[in-house]
Design a protein around this ligand. Structure first.
Ligand code: IVH
Length: 665
């Protein structure tokens, strides 16, 4: 019992540290799978002892609460908006008014994050509420969702009796791009930009979905700052950081408005370098005493102003609308544009998502349109310029037949997407192979879309399983495949056989089954055979497997084409079990801790080795730890292992052990 109590505390600490490293600027020190394993262990322990669950336990971040609707909450202080400055003179005017009250001014200039305000309330150090802005006076209680945002502390580092924090919830560009790609593949409407995606995700009724969306948060304001002994905005930012919040590190202090103007103009051209969208800068008077003297207008403070970047939009022409057929058969209309330069690159294609979007925006082939980049990455047609129409424009119609395989195209009930349902469609085959070899799937390096296309055209492969039959002589005639790259590719193909069950399930490209589901299923079943013979009940009993995914899996496994495809993979020697069976399981059942900096291995490498040989790579030392591998500068784990009498091995000793044990099997 005492052991378990201790273990719970250790797990919580490890998980929170990992969270902080992930969201802060540090490099995460544990792998995703290690994080998942720790979280699972903690969930298990808490399930056995429900009264041990605390409001700040990392398990409270996984979501699960499903609300019917949101409760309204009244904000302690109304959330005001800011006046906007669009030109240097607006900033000079703002400065002039401030200096009427005080000649010597410090300003803090912060990035204006393009997300949505989230107000957080802490009581006795614990987060008790998260709310949206709403109309500024009354917002919505989104506490369950806010808790899933890893960078929002569930407990403050110090015991502050009451604290109200405000900041911006946002979706990083990379998460936005990934989310939209997934949605498109699933035939769901894409989000227009990261702000909408963040808002939609935070207002989800099912917090589990929010948890998957990878949102983030920058804190920038506390209420009643003076009562906490804080007298300046810069002190607030430091205080917030000390309490465990992530504060945007880009803020700067200025005394001269001309310097601020230069800074703003410089930032306007640098705005794309950040991994999140910014739509301007916020200029704030630093001293609270002066802020108070300046006061407020009816809707905004007189001590702050936002400088808005000019929207980056360019005019171009939709020369054609073509169809792309994706891996799941969704037909995506894509605009072929007159090449236009925007936000640092030349754009000649833009997805139009689906027919509804084309009709809503009234886009015709030949139209002049305004183009921008959503989330700074995805080119998007904002609107048509109807005044430029000549009468030559043409209406776009969705084809009745798939442009790649001529099978009939259908729009399923309740879906916006049109699909090609033929599983032999070459486009679906090609996209399926591209997916199969991708990084999180079978991870075959050196096999880009162009090579795949050539292999298909030369009929050297028909599906991904045929990759395993390729020979050196097959590859060298392929364009741009020299001797060395052919050798490397064959090696990568061979190596991919040992990727294991989880990536393989993901690689199959089953609808509604992503990378994470691959891991869940691999863990639950352990082998492809077991998974193939599963039932609806069995699937639904697994947490994280919903009815839609379960149906989709069963449908996929019932297909004859699936059976044939898997048989080919099996014959090729692709490993279809959770672990790799080829390595002797010499560390089976052992928990091994690696600590300190290693010379011969990357941390991830040695952990993989431990797992491949059947061991569990753990992050904390306990009596149950089989042994510790300690590199240079090993710290507390080393000391703890010594104290508990757990054997400590050097890297060399570990290598030796690996050799000896493997040889004796
Ligand atoms: S300060 C009293 N600082 O911009 C106003 N706002 O119109 C306090 N925003 O709704 C706002 N980054 O959601 C402030 N560093 C920042 C910000 C920021 C983004 C948003 C905020 C607000 C809007 C202002």
């Amino acid at each position: 019992m005492q052991d378990e109590v201790q273990r719970v505390a250790t797990l919580r600490k490890e998980l929170e540290d990992a969270n902080k490293q992930y969201y802060g600027l540090d490099q995460p020190r544990i792998t995703d799978s290690e994080y998942d394993a720790l979280l699972r262990e903690l969930l298990d322990l808490e399930a056995q002892h429900p009264n041990w669950i605390t409001p700040d336990s990392p398990t409270q971040r996984v979501g699960g609460e499903v609300a019917k609707q949101y409760t309204k909450v009244r904000h302690l202080d109304p959330l005001l908006s800011l006046d906007n400055a669009f030109a240097p003179d607006d900033l000079r005017e703002f400065d002039r008014r401030v200096r009427q009250v005080e000649e010597f001014v410090d300003y803090v200039v912060e990035l204006k994050i393009d997300g949505l305000t989230v107000a957080l309330t802490y009581e006795n150090g614990f987060m008790v509420r998260g709310a949206t802005r709403g109309d500024g006076t009354v917002g919505e209680d989104i506490t369950a969702n806010v808790k899933t945002v890893g960078s929002i502390p569930l407990r403050l580092n110090e015991l502050v009796a009451k604290l109200s924090v405000r900041g911006e919830g946002y979706m990083p560009k990379a998460s936005f791009a990934r989310l939209n790609q997934e949605r498109e593949e699933e035939g769901q409407p894409a989000f227009a930009n990261p702000r909408n995606a963040a808002a939609g995700s935070l207002r989800q009724l099912n917090s589990k979905i929010t948890a998957q969306r990878k949102l983030d948060y920058f804190a920038y304001q506390v209420l009643a700052a003076k009562e906490l002994g804080l007298h300046k905005q810069t002190e607030v930012l430091t205080f917030l950081q000390e309490q465990g919040f992530v504060v945007n590190p880009e803020y700067k202090v200025f005394t001269d408005i001309e310097d601020i103007i230069n800074y703003c103009e410089g930032m306007a051209s640098e705005r794309h370098r950040f991994p999140y969208d910014i739509d301007g800068l916020v200029i704030k008077v630093n001293e609270f005493a002066l802020q108070q003297e300046l006061g407020f207008t009816a809707k905004s403070p007189r001590w702050a102003i936002s400088y808005k970047f000019p929207a980056e939009q360019v005019e171009t022409v939709v020369e054609d609308i073509i169809i792309r057929v994706g891996r799941t058969g969704v037909l995506t209309p894509t605009a072929v544009l007159k090449p236009a330069s925007i936000a640092g690159s030349t754009v000649s294609r833009a997805t139009l998502h689906n027919l509804d979007n084309i009709r809503d925006k009234d886009i015709l082939i030949g139209d002049h349109v305004l183009l921008q980049k959503a989330g700074d990455v995805i080119p998007e047609v904002v609107r048509v310029l109807p005044e430029q129409r000549t009468g030559e424009e043409r209406l776009f119609e969705m084809p009745d037949l798939c442009p790649e395989c001529q099978s009939p195209v259908r729009q399923d009930e309740g879906e916006v997407a049109y699909r090609c349902h033929s599983i032999t469609c070459p486009a679906r085959q090609r996209e399926g192979i591209i997916h199969f070899v991708s990084r999180d799937a079978m991870s075959i390096d050196g096999l880009g879309p162009a090579v795949i296309q050539q292999l298909l055209e030369a009929e050297l492969i028909k599906d991904a399983a045929d990759l395993y039959t390729l020979t050196f002589d097959n590859l060298t005639p392929v364009e741009r495949m020299g001797k060395k790259s052919s050798e490397n590719l064959l090696k990568a193909i061979q190596e991919s056989k040992e990727r294991g069950l989880a990536p393989l399930i993901f690689a199959l490209g089953i609808r509604h089954t992503g990378e994470k589901s691959g891991k869940t299923l691999a863990q639950a079943f352990g082998s492809m055979d077991k998974l193939l013979s599963t039932t609806l009940e069995e699937l639904q009993a697994i947490p994280d497997v919903g009815p839609i995914m379960a149906e989709s899996l069963l449908e996929f496994f019932a297909l004859e084409s699936t059976e044939r495809f898997l048989a080919k993979l099996r014959n090729a020697g692709v490993n279809m079990t959770a672990g790799t069976t080829t390595k002797p399981q010499i560390f089976a059942g052992q928990s091994i801790v690696v600590t300190g900096s290693l010379e011969h291995w990357e941390r991830r490498e040695i952990e993989t080795i431990i797992e491949e040989y059947g061991g569990k790579s753990a992050s904390s030392v306990s009596k149950k730890t089989a042994f510790v591998v300690a590199g240079d500068k090993a710290g507390s784990k080393f000391v703890k292992a010594q104290g508990l009498g757990v054997p400590i091995l050097t890297e060399e000793e570990f290598e030796q052990l690996l050799k000896e044990k493997s040889a004796s099997i």
